[in-house]
Ligand binder design. Sequence first.
Ligand code: ATP
Ligand code: MG
Length: 359
Amino acid sequence: MRRSNAHRIAVIAGDGIGKEVVPEGLRILETVASRFDCAFEFDHFDFASCDYYQQHGTMMPADWKARIGGHDAIFFGAVGWPETVPDHVSLWGSLIQFRREFDQYVNLRPVRLMPGVPSPLANRKPGEIDFYVVRENTEGEYSSIGGKIFPDTEREVVMQETVMTRVGVDRVLRYAFDLAQRREKKHLTSATKSNGISITMPYWDERVEAMAKAYPDIRWDKYHIDILTAHFVQHPDWFDVVVASNLFGDILSDLGPACTGTIGIAPAGNINPERRFPSLFEPVHGSAPDIAGQHIANPVGQIWSAALMLDHLGETTAAEAVVRAIEEVLARPEYRTRDLGGNANTAQCGKAIVDALTG
Ligand code: ATP
Ligand code: MG
C-alpha cells in the first residue's frame, strides 16, 4: 500500500554478501511497518555494484543523482569485488560519490558490546561499552591539496595540507553535541592533538569550547588521539559520544567496533543531518568475497544499520525495538552465525530477529 507519509528508501544491495544481508534488513523494516505506525516505499537499484560495472563500464549511470537524490535514505549493502574491479574504482565510483554529492558530513558508528559477542577486551560485559564515534566526513586531513617539489631528486619534498573550515567543524560538532544531548550520560569527548599539530588542532579545540557554551548541561572533555586510543581499550566505559576530525575519526571508528567483537555486527551511517540529501546506512563490513554465496554471513550489521536509519528518520521507538530484538537474539547461541561460533545461517538469524520483534 502506498502511503503519502511513507519513508522513501533507495535500496542498493551491491556486491557479495550485500545481496544476502540486505534482504534480511528489509524483512526487519517490513516487520517494523506492520508493528509501528510507519510505512516505507522501497526502490531497488542495481548500480553502485561491480556487476553493474561489468555491464556498463561505469559504477553508476550519469543520472544517478536524479534517480536517488529525492529519497529519504539509502539502505546500502556492500560494494567491492576486487577480482573483477579494483577497489579504488568501485569505491570512488559509488560510496565516495554519495558522500560528496549528498554532503554526508557525519560518519556515525555506534560502539556497543552485545550479549553473546566475545570482546577482545577481557572482562567486559554488555552495558559497559555503549558509545558513538562521530567522524567529520568531508574535510580536515583528507584534502587533496599538496604535492611534490623537486620530484625524483635528492631534494624531494612532499606536502599535504589539512583544511578545516568554521562551517565544516561547527556542523559536525553541533551534530555530536545534539547527539550527546539525547543520551543519558550527556557526555562528549573530543579527539585532538594540539600539542603536535599546532594550528588546525587548537582551532578544533577552540570551536569545541565555543560550541560547548550552547550546551551547558553536557559534560565534555578532550584527549590527545594517542592516549585516547589507549583509553578506548583500557576504559571504554568512559565514553558516550566521541567526536573527531576526518583522520582521527577514521581511526577511532575502526578501533571502536573492533573493541566490541566481530565486524559482522557493526553498523554505520553517512549522514546529512539536515536531511537536505539522503543519508546512507550500511554495515561496517565489506562484500566478504571469501564467504559470499554460502548464505552464512551475519545479517546483524545490516539489521542494526536499519535501526540507525530508523533513528535518523525519526522512528526512534522502532529503532530501539530493533536493537533490543538484536540483543535478545544474540544472547541465544542457537541463532548465532558462524563468525560468532554458531551454526545458524543468514536467514535463520534474520528470522529470529523478526520473531523477537513481533514476539
Ligand atoms: P572492505 O570491503 O570494507 O575493504 P574488507 O575486504 O577489508 O572490507 P570484509 O569484506 O568486511 O573486509 O571482510 C573481512 C573478513 O570478515 C572476511 O573474512 C569476511 O568473511 C568477514 N566478514 C565480513 N562481514 C561478515 C559478516 N557479515 N558475517 C561474517 N563474516 C563477515
Ligand atoms: Mg573488501
